[in-house]
Design a protein around this ligand. Structure first.
Ligand code: PLP
Length: 333
């Protein structure tokens, strides 16, 4: 394996890895050669730091500290899991955190936003329209902080860039150990994809490690062509920045964009039904923004026979619990 850059130990890892046998059994009644479904519990990377973003932030925040920075600026949707993880970790490390959040209506202080506020982050709210000039917003805040003598470190939305990518290269290595413990060779590693960093890291991680599993992102916004471009951009930046010897011509970047639903952050009733079913069947809680859509999509594809022939498939649970709590009105019992 190529040498990793320095990281901070922020994630509770390795995370658990186990089979969802009651679900697999239930699906086997509908699809004759249903694969055995496994789950990687990255929803357990920490309590308030839970989810996939903390893995990327181990590398990003190590870089920020190495550069002597005292202020972190980052951005996302108003219920961003990434921004919440940055707010909490910033408070843990004694860094000032400024979040640029996108919302068109006056947001309720619930879910991730409530935790951002508790962690003492400075928050600026912008409309969808204003967010189109996000680069300009970052620049103008950076200039203001520089004038105050602060050293500013900017993290893109979702922590997806060549540095954050390492988080899921490391996770791929963890998965390889999980597969070896369970003596399985899964054909697919499936996860929700939003800003592309998880997909980029897992895709190159599997390639470097020689894992045969195909990584497949289920889009929660934007189409397959967008992710192909976005994921390749991150990979190219990573290769250049760390001089990685890897052939990208033969990398397959696979995205399923058939389950985005109404819009980013908005899910249809079928996703909420999936969340309820899996919670009661397996005690695993998905969310309506990311993992619920991806998991619903995976189950539909299993029913349609898309994964027939595969003996084992893995779902990476990337977190999102606080985003679910922010949509409790859609979960009426
Ligand atoms: C951000 C996020 C994702 C998507 O990860 P990306 O690396 O941004 O593509 C998936 N699930 C959850 C819960 C997230 O917060």
């Amino acid at each position: 394996m190529i040498p990793y850059p320095k990281k901070l130990n922020l994630a509770q890892a390795p995370t658990p890895f186990h089979a969802l046998d009651r679900l697999s059994e239930q699906l086997a009644k509908r699809a004759s050669d249903c694969p055995r479904i496994w789950i990687k519990r990255d929803d357990q990377t920490g309590c308030v730091t839970s989810g996939n973003k903390v893995r990327k932030l181990e590398y990003l925040l190590a870089d920020a500290l190495a550069k002597g920075c005292d202020t972190i600026i980052t951005s996302g949707g108003v219920q961003s899991n990434h921004c919440r993880a940055v707010a909490i970790l910033g408070a843990q490390l004694g860094l000032k955190v400024h979040l640029l959040l996108r919302s068109d209506i006056k947001p309720q202080p619930v879910g991730n936003l409530l935790l951002d506020q508790l962690a003492g982050a400075t928050i600026s709210h912008y409309s969808q329209q204003e967010f189109k000039q996000l680069d300009g917003l970052f620049e103008s805040w950076q200039t203001q902080y520089a004038a105050q003598g602060r050293c500013c470190y900017s993290i893109p939305t979702g922590g997806s860039n060549g540095t954050g990518l390492w988080g899921y290269v490391a996770a791929a290595e963890e998965l390889m150990a999980d597969f070896s413990t369970e003596k399985i060779e899964p054909s697919y590693i499936i996860h929700a994809t939003g800003s592309g960093g998880t997909q980029a890291g897992l895709t190159v991680g599997c390639k470097l490690l020689g894992l045969s599993a195909q990584v497949e992102g289920y889009a929660v916004c934007d189409n397959s062509a967008y992710f192909e471009r976005r994921v390749l951009e991150d990979i190219q930046q990573w290769i250049k920045q760390y001089q990685i010897p890897i052939e990208i011509e033969r990398l397959k970047i696979a995205t399923n964009d058939g389950y985005i639903g109404p819009d980013y952050g908005l899910a249809g009733p079928e996703v909420f039904a999936m969340i309820k079913d899996l919670a009661a069947l397996e005690g695993v809680i998905l969310d309506p923004v990311y993992t619920g859509k991806a998991f619903y999509g995976m189950v539909e594809e299993i029913k349609a026979g898309r994964y027939s022939g595969a003996s084992d498939i893995v779902f990476v649970h990337t977190g999102g619990l606080f985003g679910l709590l922010a949509q409790q009105d859609k979960l009426a019992y």
